[in-house]
Structures are given as structure tokens and as C-alpha cells.
Design a protein around this ligand. Structure first.
Ligand code: FES
Ligand SMILES: [Fe+2]
Length: 396
């Protein structure tokens, strides 16, 4: 085993205070989730769109989806639609899927290849660089200057092949620096050279923070996730989530001793990634990953496959949960991997979590609901995530 790969940073000194309603609760015996109104108030949700969803990077796709110039895909997120398009071999851009004339969407198909954007309403056209090229009946400079009406840009960053979008108009944090601790492992696993083999998307009837909190704790795993717990090391996971103190974090899903990956039996389910392709004696417990909270993105990269989860808020009581699975790009289905086998664990786990989240949210909506004490060990990632959330909500 590569000891460095599984080494964890110190946590004690990094623990952040849990602040609720302005009260520091670090020295109290327990923390709680947020007051009920944070989960049911439409006004608070609207504020979250500006203060939270527009101020963090969120996962949107993988470079393998855009091999050719002009390839694009669309991603819906918190009421916005972004078109992610390859302008050049080394350049991927993001734009709101919104025409500058009167707002019609530019692309209807979820993915495709284009030479330029042509709005189907009045046929304004834009280049892959977002510049307005033609407005029928209004030559450049005659009525207005085209340079004043480019597409609205959305920040796109490629972190080791995983594409993230930033919807805010302020300066975005540098994602590569935030995830720097995972770079070496992901280079070794050559994550740009992956391909997506499956995605799942569920719409849940719950507040997005109910889903976030559920993902951040493994208090419920032993009772509800028997399939996942065959390979995930629960005690190490408690310690692992304890380390998710920062809005941008890195680290693997810890495996039970002697296992190679998260699968039904801990054995690999596809050809090993990157530098491990020709390794005969594969290490156990090797892995990496990255995450963002509170706008939850979680990427998990094992020695043989990768999984990315991402949360897509829809409304105060609705959220979409997406999971995508990746294997190395030259792996052959039926030879190197069996798709059902690769997706088995998280497909089962997602279904279990959906039922838990929707049921919990029904209770949170009760007018007499008050958040109860959190388990200091098994739910230790919730307080720092909610503290980050409150800090972001309070920020200018
Ligand atoms: S709304 Fe796009 S051209 Fe009019
Ligand atoms: Fe769960």
C-alpha cells in the first residue's frame, strides 16, 4: 500500500467553530443543524441562489465529453442553464444559455456540435468565443455595437479532466489551488483520460441542505447502506468526514483493510487507471478525491474507476441529485468492465439515501420541528459545512 496516498492531515487544530444565529457553539456539548425556516423558507432559498450557488464552483462534466472543437453540453443548475463548449484544443468556455436579445435559449439539445450559436428566435448569432457576430437587420455599429452584447460568461475550470462551473460575476477562487492536495494522485490515475459510462439523476422532494447533511454524515450508513459498508471503512469514514472542515476538500473514500476499490466485494471492477494499468500487484486502499460544500460536489477516484456526485438545487423543497461513473477511456465494455458491476454500489446507496432524505424532510416541515443534537463523531462534518454556509449567507 502507498502509505502517503492514505495519510490524512491533522484535524484537531483545524476544527472550525459551529456558529448558529451568531452564537459560537464549539465549546458546547453538541451542535445542531439549522433552525427549521432555513429548510422551508422560499425567501431564504432565493438568498441562497445569490450567496451560495453563485459563489462556489460546481461540477458540470468531464473533458471527454468535448473531444472536438464546437462540441458542447448543457448543465442546469439552480435556475440557470450553462452551455459548456470547446472553442479550441486548449480552450473550453462556459456561457449562460441565454440570448442577449430577448433571452431565448440558444441550445435546446442537451449536447451536440456547433460552428456558432444561432438563436432560433430572431437568429442572432454568436461565435464560440461568445462574441455577437450578426443581428439580422442591425449591422454592427448601425444601431448598437456588437462588442457590447457578448454572451454572459460562466467561469469554467478544468481540474484534472473534471470540469467545474462558477456562476458568479465576482472573482472565483482558484480551484486548482483549492484541490492541490489531490493533484499528484489524480495525475498518477490520469483522470483526464476517463470516459463516462453511466449517469443517474433523481429529483428529490426535500431541501438541498437535507441532502447535503445526509451526504456529510455516516451515522446512518451502518443501518441503511449495507452494500456500501461491505467495502467502505466506517470508522475511518467518521474520521475522514471529520476532516471535511473546509469548503473545498480532498481525500478518498476509505476502504476496509485489504480491499482495492468500492465494489460489491472490494475487487476491481474495471482496468486500473493511469499508471496502474500494468501493475500486477495492485495496492490496496489506494484512492483520491475532492469535494465542495455546501454546494455539494464529491468526486471519488478509486484505482479502477471514478464516481462524481453533484447536487443541483431546484427550489426550496426540490433538489436534483446526479451521479456519474467513469472508467479509463480505452476500457472495453464486456471485456474490461461490466457496467452493472461498476455502478452497483452507488446505485443501491442512492436509492437508500433518497428515501431517507425525503422522509426526513417531511419531518422538518412539521411546524414543531426543532433540530436535535448531532453526533459529535458520526456527524462531525455537518457543523463546519453549516458554519461555512452561514458565513457565506452573511457575506456581502
Ligand atoms: S431572443 Fe435571440 S435573437 Fe431574439
Ligand atoms: Fe447515505
Amino acid at each position: 500500500m502507498d502509505a502517503k496516498a492514505t495519510a490524512r492531515p491533522e484535524t484537531g487544530a483545524r476544527r472550525r467553530p459551529h456558529v448558529v444565529d451568531g452564537v459560537q457553539r464549539l465549546d458546547m456539548r453538541y451542535s445542531t443543524a439549522l433552525p427549521r425556516e432555513y429548510y422551508v423558507s422560499k425567501d431564504i432559498y432565493e438568498k441562497e441562489v445569490d450567496k451560495i450557488f453563485s459563489r462556489q464552483w460546481t461540477f458540470v462534466g468531464h473533458v471527454s465529453e468535448l473531444p472536438k472543437i464546437g462540441d458542447y453540453f448543457i448543465q442546469e443548475f439552480a435556475g440557470e442553464s450553462v452551455v459548456v463548449v470547446r472553442e479550441a484544443a486548449d480552450k473550453i468556455n462556459g456561457y449562460l444559455n441565454v440570448c442577449r436579445h430577448r433571452g431565448h435559449s440558444l441550445c435546446a439539445a442537451p449536447r451536440g456540435n456547433i460552428r456558432k450559436f444561432v438563436c432560433p428566435y430572431h437568429y442572432w448569432s454568436y461565435g464560440l468565443d461568445g462574441a455577437l457576430k450578426n443581428a439580422p437587420g442591425a449591422p454592427d455599429g448601425a444601431v448598437f455595437n456588437y462588442q457590447d452584447w457578448p454572451l454572459h460568461r460562466v467561469g469554467i475550470e478544468d481540474f484534472q479532466g473534471f470540469l467545474f462551473a462558477y456562476f458568479g460575476t465576482d472573482e472565483a477562487p482558484r480551484l486548482g489551488e483549492k484541490f492541490a492536495a489531490a493533484r499528484g494522485e489524480l495525475e498518477r490515475l490520469n483522470t483526464p483520460a476517463l470516459k463516462e459510462i453511466h449517469r443517474e439523476s433523481y429529483e428529490l422532494n426535500c431541501n438541498w441542505k437535507t441532502l447535503l447533511e445526509n451526504y456529510l454524515e455516516c451515522y446512518h450508513c451502518q443501518g441503511s447502506h449495507q452494500t456500501l459498508c461491505k467495502t467502505m471503512d466506517l470508522e475511518a469514514m467518521y474520521a475522514g468526514t471529520d476532516e471535511w472542515q473546509d469548503p473545498y476538500f480532498t481525500g478518498p473514500v476509505p476502504l476496509r483493510p485489504g480491499l482495492k476499490t468500492v465494489s460489491l466485494n472490494g475487487e476491481i471492477v474495471s482496468r486500473p487507471l493511469g499508471a496502474f494499468a500494468s501493475v500486477v500487484d495492485l495496492p490496496t486502499g489506494y484512492g483520491s478525491g475532492f469535494g465542495v460544500v455546501p454546494t455539494l460536489t464529491r468526486g471519488i477516484v478509486h484505482i479502477d474507476h471514478a464516481v462524481v456526485h453533484a447536487l443541483r438545487p431546484i427550489d426550496v423543497g426540490r433538489v436534483r441529485w446526479e451521479t456519474r461513473w467513469y472508467v479509463r477511456d480505452d476500457a472495453v465494455e464486456g471485456v474490461d468492465y461490466d457496467r452493472e458491476n461498476v455502478i452497483a454500489v452507488w446505485t443501491a446507496t442512492n436509492k437508500e439515501d433518497i428515501a431517507l432524505c425525503e422522509n426526513a424532510y417531511r419531518g422538518v416541515r412539521s411546524r414543531r420541528f426543532r433540530p436535535g443534537p448531532l453526533d459529535n463523531k458520526r456527524e462531525s462534518a455537518i457543523p463546519p459545512a453549516l458554519t461555512t454556509y452561514l458565513e457565506m449567507m452573511a457575506a456581502e
